[in-house]
Design a protein around this ligand. Structure first.
Ligand code: KG4
Ligand code: ZN
Length: 371
């Protein structure tokens, strides 16, 4: 079976073909994985501009899908189903992919499968590594999300933890902007951190009192099955700590969007030290809570997916912690960790295995939980 995946939730227009192999240990194979990134367009604005993103998706989608088919050496007639990201994401961007996918599925008379973006990130691990030991505790960590899911059986994702404020990738992007490192911030900070000392700057590790851990903010309580998260993350305080630190060092910062407004007195080494220290705190918090939850839930493996899973220190520290605790750690390759459509095709295949294709009247959704 050949599934065409389409992903347009943010600033990457992506299409891919994933094919079933018939091998239970490694059931899926990536036939092609094409991404048209808009990063160079949005960099000028310091972040993703939604209206520009959706217009660029319209320009790129036909060519990207054509190259995904060509890359897999397939014609439209060879496609058995189309999987598309329904959300969460930027609504205008999502609509381009959803409208394209519906039109294409109608034209070739094949089923369509609406996919949750985070189910895609989770399945990127299974796409790369096949049947990993279950239950698996999966950390999805990206620009929009920092969430923990327990996967007890394939295709069933139980939310057991999330961030109460910023996503980890969002914190990377904001801190990079403060340091004048440009957009996207994650890879820039990752590179600079390698040149700095991770204990040079004292930044607070986000901590929760017992009361915090077990009382979710209004509106989030219904999102975990028990109403009590096992794990929580928080990164907005860390960003504020970096703002305070920079102010104390005499960096002129405009309040509100928190952007530097003049010459920075920081040396190159100062910037690298702040990057390394910030990265240590973020990674320690991610690794600590993930492995904590894995232990409490009796997970037999740990997975890390999403854009921030590309982070070199997160990969290294999680692997080391897993080795210490005897828990195998699975991470997708770089091409599957940031947004892509192969993971969407994989999540689509997972739903198809359950017979769960979608009616044509489903709509794009800016926010919703994995069912
Ligand atoms: O999964 P993704 O491509 O898009 C979302 O669904 O959000 O993740 C993008 C995020 C951005 O915030 C980016 O700064 C971050 O992933 N990122 C990284 C690294 N590479 C990308 N963060 C830390 N270290 C990296 N090497
Ligand atoms: Zn993503």
């Amino acid at each position: 079976m050949n599934v065409l995946g389409i992903e347009t939730s943010c600033d990457e227009t992506a299409a891919a073909v994933v094919t079933t192999t018939g091998d239970a240990a490694r059931p899926w194979r990536v036939g092609s994985n094409v991404i048209a990134s808009q990063v160079d367009i949005h960099r000028e604005w310091g972040g993703v501009v939604p209206e520009i993103a959706s217009r660029q998706h319209v320009r790129d989608i036909c060519g990207v899908v054509d190259s995904a088919l060509a890359g897999a050496a397939l014609a439209w007639a060879d496609i058995d189903a189309i999987a598309v990201t329904q959300g969460p994401g930027l609504i205008g961007s999502l609509l381009v992919g959803v409208a394209f996918a519906k039109a294409a599925a109608a034209a070739i008379d094949r089923p369509i499968v609406a996919v949750h973006h985070l189910a895609g990130h989770i399945e990127s691990i299974f796409l790369e590594h096949g049947a990993i030991p279950l239950p698996a505790l999966i950390l999805v960590v990206s620009g929009g999300h920092t969430s923990l899911y327990l996967v007890e059986e394939p295709g069933h994702y139980q939310l057991i933890g999330l961030t109460r404020d910023d996503a980890a990738g969002e914190a990377y992007d904001k801190v990079a902007r403060l340091l004048g490192l440009g957009y996207p911030g994650g890879p820039a900070i990752d590179r600079r951190a390698a040149l700095g000392r991770d204990d040079a700057v004292d930044l607070p590790q986000p901590r929760f009192t017992h009361r915090h851990r077990f009382a979710l903010p209004e509106g989030l309580a219904h999102r975990t099955r028990t109403g009590r998260p096992l794990a929580e993350f928080s990164f907005s305080g860390l960003k504020t700590a970096v703002v305070r630190l920079l102010e104390a060092r005499g960096v002129p910062i405009a309040q509100g969007p928190h952007v530097p407004t003049g010459e920075s007195p920081l040396s190159e080494q100062d910037v690298s030290d702040i990057c390394a220290s910030f990265q240590r705190v973020v990674v320690e918090s991610l690794v600590e809570r993930t492995f904590d939850a894995a232990r409490q839930l009796g997970a037999r493996s740990v997975g890390i997916a999403g854009g921030v899973s590309a982070n070199s220190r997160l990969r290294k520290d999680a692997a080391a912690r897993g080795a210490r605790e005897g828990l195998p750690v699975f991470v997708p390759p770089l091409a599957l960790s940031t947004d892509n459509a192969a993971m969407i095709a994989a999540a689509g295949l997972r739903k198809i295995e359950r017979g769960a294709t979608s009616p044509f009247d489903f709509n794009a959704l800016a926010t919703f939980d994995i069912e």
